[in-house]
Design a protein around this ligand. Structure first.
Ligand SMILES: [Zn+2]
Length: 124
């Protein structure tokens, strides 16, 4: 049986943290979650980006694209984040979510580094 999501939160506006029923915890960058959005629109964008012409879609330039406004749990099998650019059609099943959080898990050191960089860019 696969693990259930116990908790999902945003300890920082640019970080998402999950806690799972089997004890696994993981924090990733919100932009990684957005980049893995499983909806049809985003998959289309990804296909364009991956093309040999390196097309950059306009949706990648939208402000708030990588910031989460809210996260809703769908039934007991998936979550739907609403992003600050208004995007809310991505349904992440727990299975997909777990995969993303396993593949992109940040170490404590990574998280410190990201926080430091954020602070620096704020002061500039
Ligand atoms: Zn999407």
């Amino acid at each position: 049986m696969s693990a259930n999501l116990r908790k999902i939160s945003t300890p920082e506006p640019y970080l998402v943290e999950t806690v799972w029923s089997d004890g696994f915890t993981s924090t990733i960058k919100t932009e990684v979650l957005r980049d893995n959005c499983p909806c049809a629109d985003c998959n289309e964008d990804k296909a364009k980006k991956d093309s040999k012409f390196g097309f950059i879609s306009l949706s990648n330039l939208k402000p708030g694209k990588n910031a989460i406004a809210k996260i809703e749990v769908v039934g007991n099998y998936a979550i739907t984040p609403t992003w600050k650019d208004g995007h809310d059609t991505g349904i992440y099943t727990f299975e997909l979510l777990r995969q993303i959080f396993e593949d992109n898990k940040l170490s404590d050191e990574d998280i410190l580094k990201i926080k430091e960089l954020r602070e620096k860019s704020k002061n500039n």
